[in-house]
Design a protein. Structure first.
Ligand SMILES: Cc1cc2nc3c(=O)[nH]c(=O)nc-3n(C[C@H](O)[C@H](O)[C@H](O)COP(=O)(O)OP(=O)(O)OC[C@H]3O[C@@H](n4cnc5c(N)ncnc54)[C@H](O)[C@@H]3O)c2cc1C
Length: 439
C-alpha cells in the first residue's frame, strides 16, 4: 500500500527544499524525496554566486548580514543564510585578446562596500542545510537516498515510484533539476526545443590572480576555445572556481581550459594555479516548459526551465508552486484550476520575461572582430550580475556604437544583422548535431 500525502516533492535542491518548507509551514502532509544520501551536500558543479541589490526574477533580493537573512521583498520571503560570504561587485567579460567589457567597476564599487555589491559568493551547502532544518521543523517526511523513476495519475491522485515502493499524493511538485526524470516521463520534453547537451568541467582552485578579484569573469577565448570559460572567487579566502563548458562531446575540456589559460592576455593570471577539487555537470538544455502541469504534477525550478533558473530563482519558484498547492487544497480544487496562480505566474513572469535563448551573436564573428567590438566599450557599464539586465546594457551600448561600426567595419554590422535574422532552428542546429537529447 502506498503511503498517502497531500504533497510529494521530488528533489531537494533550492526549489524542492523551499517548496517542502512552505507546504509544511501551511500544515500539509508532505514527503520530500531526494536521491542523494546527504541532502545539503553540493555534488554537482555550481558557482554558488547569488545576485542581490538589483531586480532578478522579478524580486529585489537583499542580504541582511546582521540577521543572516536573504530577503525577497517582492514575494515576501526571508531565507536564513548563516554561512560565510564574499562580496562580488560586477561582471567582467574579456575578448580573445583581452579587451574587457566591464559591468560594474569593481575597484570603485569596492570602496562603497555592501551597498554597491551585486552579488555574494556563498556556501550553497549551508544555505540548503538551513532550508532542510526548516523543512524538518515543519514535520515534512524526508526520504533520502532514493530515486523516483515512475509517475502515474490514478483517479484523483498521483503515484510516484522508486525501487522499493510507491508514494501517493494529491499533488506532486517535481523539482528534480536540469535533467528531470519527471519531465521526461510525463513527455514534456517531446514538445520542447532541444538546445544542446552542455558539458561543464568545474575546478576549485587557488593561486590565480585575475585583475578584478571580486568580479564574475567570462573569457571569450576565441574560435579554438571552448564555448564558455568563467571564473569567480568563492567564499573561501584565496579560492576561486573555474568553469569550462562546451556543447560538443568532441571538445576536450581540460585542453580547452589550458588553451585559454596559456593565451598571452590571460596567462599572467594563472602562473601559480593549483587545482584543489573538481566537479562537473552534463545537462540537456531545452526551451522552458510553457505550462508546467500534467496529471497533478507541477514542474518547478530547473526541471521546467532552461538553461538554469539559479539558486534565487529556484527558491522563488518553490515558494510559488507550494503556495499554489496550499490554495488548491484549501479551496478544494484538486486539479489544474486549483494551481492556476502558479501556472499564470510561470508563464507571464518567467517564460515570457526571461526567454533566454537565441544563442550568442559573438559566435558569428571572427576573434579579431570580437576584439574590435569589445574595444568600443571604453567606459564601464552599470554593474549587474543578472543576465537579462546585462543583455539590456549591452544592447543599449551597441545602439550607441552602431554608427561607428557602420563607418569603420560595415562587414561586422552585416554579420550581426544576419545573426539577428536567424531562426532558433538555425541557431541551435550545430549544438543539436553534437547533442544527446534524452526525451
Ligand atoms: C555549472 C553550473 C554553475 C552554476 N552556477 C550558479 C551560480 O553561481 N549561482 C546560481 O544561482 N546558480 C548557479 N547554477 C544554477 C543552479 O545550480 C540551479 O539553477 C539551481 O540549483 C536549481 O535548483 P533546483 O532545485 O531546481 O535543481 P537542483 O539544484 O538540480 O536540485 C534537484 C535535486 O533533485 C534531485 N533529484 C534529481 N532527480 C531525482 C529523482 N528522480 N528522484 C529524487 N531526487 C532527484 C537531485 O539530486 C537534486 O538534489 C549553476 C549551474 C551549473 C550547472
Amino acid at each position: 500500500m502506498a503511503k498517502k500525502y497531500d504533497l510529494i516533492v521530488i528533489g531537494a535542491g533550492p526549489t524542492g527544499l523551499m517548496a517542502a518548507k512552505v507546504a509544511g509551514e501551511n500544515g500539509l502532509k508532505v514527503a520530500l524525496i531526494e536521491k542523494k544520501n546527504d541532502i545539503p551536500k553540493v555534488k554537482r558543479a555550481c558557482g554558488e554566486v547569488i545576485n542581490i541589490n538589483e531586480y532578478s526574477w522579478g524580486d529585489f533580493i537583499n542580504f541582511n548580514a546582521k540577521r543572516k537573512l536573504l530577503n525577497f521583498p517582492v514575494n515576501g520571503i526571508s531565507v536564513k543564510y548563516e554561512g560565510p560570504y564574499k562580496n562580488i561587485y560586477g561582471m567582467y567579460t574579456y575578448s580573445p585578446s583581452g579587451q574587457c567589457i566591464i559591468m560594474g567597476d569593481c575597484s570603485e564599487a569596492g570602496k562603497v562596500g555592501d551597498a554597491a555589491r551585486k552579488g555574494i559568493a556563498i556556501d550553497k551547502e549551508i544555505l540548503q542545510r538551513g532550508l532542510l532544518e526548516d523543512v524538518q521543523k515543519n514535520d515534512v517526511e524526508v526520504i533520502q537516498g532514493t530515486f523516483i523513476h515512475e509517475v502515474e495519475k490514478k483517479g484523483e491522485t498521483v503515484t510516484v515510484r522508486d525501487d522499493s515502493g510507491e508514494y501517493e499524493g494529491v499533488f506532486v511538485i517535481a523539482a528534480d533539476g536540469l535533467n528531470s526524470k519527471m519531465a521526461q516521463r510525463l513527455e514534456f520534453n517531446k514538445e520542447r526545443e532541444f538546445r544542446g547537451t552542455l558539458r561543464c568541467l568545474f575546478w576549485h582552485v587557488t593561486g590565480v590572480e585575475p585583475p578584478a578579484p571580486d568580479a564574475l569573469i567570462h573569457v571569450m577565448g576565441g574560435k579554438e576555445a571552448p564555448a564558455l570559460f568563467g571564473m569567480c572567487c568563492t567564499h573561501r579566502e584565496g579560492e576561486y572556481w573555474i568553469a569550462v563548458d562546451d556543447f560538443s562531446y568532441k571538445t576536450d575540456l581540460t585542453k580547452g581550459a589550458d588553451y585559454v589559460m596559456k593565451k598571452d592576455a590571460f596567462s599572467p593570471w594563472f602562473k601559480k594555479l593549483k587545482i584543489i577539487r573538481t566537479t562537473s555537470c552534463v545537462g540537456n538544455l531545452y526551451s522552458p516548459v510553457v505550462e508546467p502541469f500534467r496529471d497533478n504534477v507541477l514542474l518547478a525550478g530547473d526541471a521546467a526551465y532552461s538553461p538554469q533558473i539559479s539558486i534565487n530563482g529556484g527558491m522563488i519558484c518553490g515558494w510559488k508552486a507550494a503556495n499554489s498547492v496550499v490554495l488548491a487544497l484549501l479551496e478544494g480544487k484538486r486539479n489544474k484550476e486549483g494551481v492556476m496562480s502558479y501556472l499564470d505566474w510561470w508563464k507571464k513572469d518567467i517564460v515570457e520575461r526571461f526567454p533566454y535563448g537565441g544563442g550568442n551573436f559573438m559566435e558569428s564573428l571572427e576573434d579579431s572582430e570580437i576584439d574590435y567590438l569589445f574595444s568600443l566599450f571604453k567606459e564601464p557599464l552599470p554593474g549587474t550580475l543578472d543576465p537579462t539586465t546585462a543583455g539590456m546594457h549591452m544592447q543599449k551600448h551597441m545602439m550607441k556604437i552602431m554608427p561607428v561600426i557602420s563607418d569603420e567595419h560595415p562587414e561586422i554590422l552585416e554579420k550581426l544583422k544576419a545573426f539577428q535574422a536567424k531562426t532558433s532552428e538555425e541557431i541551435y542546429a550545430e549544438r543539436q548535431k553534437v547533442g544527446f537529447p534524452n526525451r
